[in-house]
Design a protein around this ligand. Structure first.
Ligand code: PLP
Length: 426
């Protein structure tokens, strides 16, 4: 025991307000490497974006120290006056951004937002109907590997051979299986959802309608993509995708009965203490969405995605659905005879980060795939526009049309690093 006894001086060493660099060089170095990776590479992962410095500041703030189980004005801990203030501000800004009557900003991420809806509205064994994971749905829409696929009777609807949602199939499956919940929205669907149609189907069979706008939230906040708020009982989303915020999830609804159930389902139903530092970052995020510049940014996100898809398409890559109405799209690489996993790997070596993705009716395993998913939010956040998109698309073509050509890869890597240098971040 003797040698465990600490002196005041040693205690001070741990909690001394030292910076990371001098305190933990090992972690600091990894963070520096990640910063450089983000600075020097073209980021085309459709679910990623860049957080502003203000958001990083809020996310890395002293609110990380605070326990605040409960809700503003009804906490289970003392010292919550400023936690109340920041959460109320985040809620107020979220409601204003989406023109919603009610919001819960506590879900740690999109998955937790969806689980709170399941916990609020369903019982184990109930039937849910969502878009098939392999066709653009999310794990939480009923995939057999997710808890929601194991604890609910999950039925999937599909897209057609061109990649468009088949509303007649949703209607047929809804009539046949009488789900308690129908989920709209997805992770790899580039077109506009007909929220009203899905709501009509849900109402005709007595089901709830959950619209998951994790991917489209930023576009919706900027009025550049239809809002599901008046056509869904409940809406879930993330702050870190097109919304360009810190990592997190949130729930919106116009229905007072439902928000009461959601609030209990988030806490104490499925979460403990809220991440107050993330909620502070969410407040900054929703503050950002309310500024006029945010709309200009989102317009450019749309134009950039369009430009990328056009140039790829002109050069022999097949775009699923033939184009995009959003920040992203799926590209079918079969015309180039390249698999998704190979493309992801070789493009990463060339300084372009994106992900392999199954295309509708893919015959390749999910670990291989015939396609890639491409998104414009992060490159647009750096300030890049149509000309840069054309250059990036041409570079993708150059690498994928001749995948054994190592020189192409190293040439493109240098070009992409130069391009990033012209649009510096952080
Ligand atoms: C990203 C996403 C989510 C949530 O993902 P998290 O990683 O848990 O934040 C939920 N639904 C859809 C459709 C998504 O694309």
């Amino acid at each position: 025991m003797e040698n465990l006894k600490s002196t005041d001086r040693e205690m001070e060493n741990i909690f001394k307000m030292e910076n990371l660099k001098s305190n933990d060089a090992e972690v600091y170095d990894i963070l520096q490497k990640e910063l450089k990776r983000q600075q020097d590479n073209i980021e085309l992962i459709a679910s990623e974006n860049l957080s502003s410095k203000s958001i990083l500041e809020a996310q890395g703030s002293v609110f990380t120290n605070k326990y605040a189980e409960g809700y503003p004005g009804k906490r289970y801990y003392g010292g919550c006056q400023f936690a109340d203030e920041i959460e109320s501000l985040a809620i107020q800004r979220a409601k204003k951004t989406f023109n919603a009557k009610f919001a819960n900003v506590q879900p740690h991420a999109g998955t937790q937002a969806n689980f709170s809806v399941f916990f609020a509205l369903l019982s184990p064994g109930d039937t849910i109907l969502g878009l098939n994971l392999s066709q653009g749905g999310h794990l939480t829409h009923g995939s057999p590997v997710s808890v929601c696929g194991k604890w609910f009777n999950a039925i999937s609807y599909n897209v057609d051979e061109n990649g468009f949602v088949k509303y007649d199939e949703i209607e047929k499956l809804a009539k046949e299986h009488k789900p308690k919940l129908i989920i709209s929205g997805g992770s790899a669907y580039s077109r506009i959802w007909n929220w009203q149609k899905i709501n009509d189907i849900a109402k005709s069979v007595g089901a709830y309608h959950l619209s998951d706008i994790a991917h489209y939230a930023g576009l919706i906040a900027a009025d550049l993509y239809p809002s599901p708020l008046e056509y869904a009982d409940v809406v879930t989303a993330t702050t870190h995708k097109t919304l360009a915020g810190g990592r997190g999830g949130f729930v919106l609804t116009n229905n007072e009965e439902i928000i009461k159930k959601i609030n209990s389902a988030v806490f104490p139903g499925t979460q403990g203490g809220p991440l107050m530092h993330s909620i502070a970052a969410k407040a900054v995020t929703f503050g950002q969405t309310l500024k006029p510049e945010f709309k200009i940014y989102q317009k450019q996100v749309l134009s950039n995605a369009k430009k990328l898809s056009e140039v790829l398409s002109q050069n022999g890559i097949k775009i699923i659905t033939g184009g995009t109405d959003s920040h992203m799209f799926l590209a079918d690489l079969r015309p180039l005879n390249v698999k998704g996993n190979t493309a992801q790997e070789i493009l990463e070596a060339a300084g372009i980060t994106l992900n392999k993705n199954s295309i509708p009716y893919d015959t390749q395993k999910p670990s291989v795939t015939s396609g890639i998913r491409i998104g414009s939010p992060a490159v647009t956040a750096r300030g890049m526009k149509e000309n840069e998109m054309a250059q990036i698309a041409q570079s993708i073509i150059k690498v994928l049309k001749d995948i054994d050509n190592r020189k192409n890869v190293s040439d493109v890597k240098i070009e992409m690093s130069k391009l990033c240098g012209a649009f510096p971040i952080y």
